[in-house]
Ligand binder design. Structure first.
Ligand SMILES: [Zn+2]
Length: 417
């Protein structure tokens, strides 16, 4: 359809709906109506408000009630149409959530106009996407039913990645900058997936559509006096419970070498197999090669290839010997040596492979890039804690295929209200 014709048709539909709703005065609920605060709100006439919908802007005249007790105004029609406290229709709110999860708020505003003909200011996109993300974060914690386990073996991956924050959000936080200050805060990510699929050579592959993500800037450290686990630990337990991690025959926890990951696994999933993601182990070898041979040297590449082969074929003594020599001169090699010694039992790759386990996926690392990096680490972005956690919740919800379920619960709650 021609853009101009499409615009005209939508315009006619918008005016028809506007007329019909404004002629219908059944939203008048008498002179007095109970207010949410517990007091009574009085009818204050019909008032008009402009809403943004997928058809274009609608100006609705609605019965309006005002509560002198709490100072709040409400309109029964707004509540019935899912428009309470917003100027966006539920469908537009959903579109805003979809674009706000993947691109910057300014780009999202432009996309909404280009693809849906809807004009929403970038600041409204920001405000709406963040509010939606916060609602999703709360919904995630409160009203989520466990799913049946997807496969006999489930993998739970843990990782962290830094995102750039606004200065005010970093005051007094120690960091890695030269003056001891911080520029970033760590987002911690939990992913769960299955890998029953096999590549042509029999290597286990991550099952398409099996990956779910849950992440936030949250702490794993809890003081000895705390009765409840720290926020991120709580998140991991929630995600594990949601995916039926405890019910499956085989549980695997994957991560890099970070101590918090294995502490969490030891404490909360004591019978899960611990595996260092091969992707991370190889990254450490690359760091050593760079320290010894400099960046992008062919000698360095050959060194990494030989060490990586030793690693995957279980030639651990040879690997440790090859690291012990440069360790005397290069701190990076010394660190790597200690890392391999410390995590040796988590790097029994030949045994893991023989057991049909997935170890070299980079799923967790990719998860950090997909779920966090591509949206939150873009040039010039600086986040508030609140804003980052809201957008992370929104992204994880969409990437995990949980957006639809969220809207169903939300619509149900609205119908019940
Ligand atoms: Zn009130």
């Amino acid at each position: 359809m021609e853009a101009a014709l499409r615009h005209r048709v939508l315009e006619l539909a918008a005016r028809a709906i506007e007329q019909r709703l404004n002629a219908d005065r059944s939203d008048y609920a008498g002179p007095i109506r109970p207010c949410a605060c517990g007091q009574r709100a009085r009818y204050a006439g019909r008032r008009s408000k402009r809403f943004t919908t997928v058809l274009g802007d609608l100006t609705l005249e609605r019965a309006y009630y005002h509560c002198a007790g709490c100072g709040q105004g409400t309109s029964p029609r707004d509540q019935a149409l899912g428009l309470a406290g917003t100027t966006l229709s539920p469908a537009v709110t959903r579109l805003v959530g979809a674009v706000g999860a993947v691109v910057s708020f300014a780009e999202g505003s432009a996309l909404l106009h280009e693809l849906a003909g809807v004009r929403v200011d970038p600041t409204v996109v920001e405000h709406t996407a963040e509010a939606l993300g916060q609602t999703i974060a709360v919904d995630d914690q409160t009203s989520v039913a466990p799913e049946p386990p997807a496969a006999p073996t489930l993998y739970l991956g843990l990782d962290g990645t830094g995102i750039p924050m606004r200065k005010a959000e970093l005051a007094d936080r120690p960091g890695k900058q030269a003056d001891g200050s911080a520029k970033t805060r760590e987002v911690k990510l939990c992913t769960v997936w299955s890998a029953e699929a096999r590549a042509a050579d029999g290597t286990p592959m991550r099952d398409a559509g099996s990956v779910t993500y849950s992440a936030a800037i949250e702490s794993v450290a809890s003081r000895d006096t705390d009765a409840t686990p720290a926020a991120f630990t709580h998140r991991v337990l929630r995600e594990a419970a949601r995916r039926g991690f405890a019910q499956v025959a085989r549980r695997v926890v994957l991560g890099d070498g970070a101590a918090w990951i294995w502490n969490l696994a030891d404490e909360h999933f004591p019978d899960a197999l611990q595996v260092v993601d091969l992707f991370h182990a190889k990254e450490h070898l690359h760091d050593v090669a760079t320290a010894i041979y400099g960046p992008s040297s062919s000698l360095g590449r050959r060194w990494v290839e030989r060490r990586a082969t030793a690693l995957v074929t279980g030639a651990f003594p040879a690997l440790l010997r090859a690291l012990a020599r440069p360790a005397r001169a290069h701190p990076a090699a010394q660190q790597c040596l200690e890392y391999f010694q410390r995590n040796r039992s988590r790097m029994r790759y030949p045994a893991f492979r023989a057991a049909g386990l997935c170890t070299s996926t980079g799923v967790v690392e990719a998860g950090c890039k997909v779920a966090i990096g591509t949206r939150l680490k873009r040039a010039g972005m600086h986040w508030t804690l609140r804003g980052a956690n809201a957008i992370i919740a929104l992204r994880c919800c969409r990437l995990s295929g949980r957006f639809e379920g969220f809207w169903e619960r939300r619509a149900e709650a609205q119908r019940a209200a």
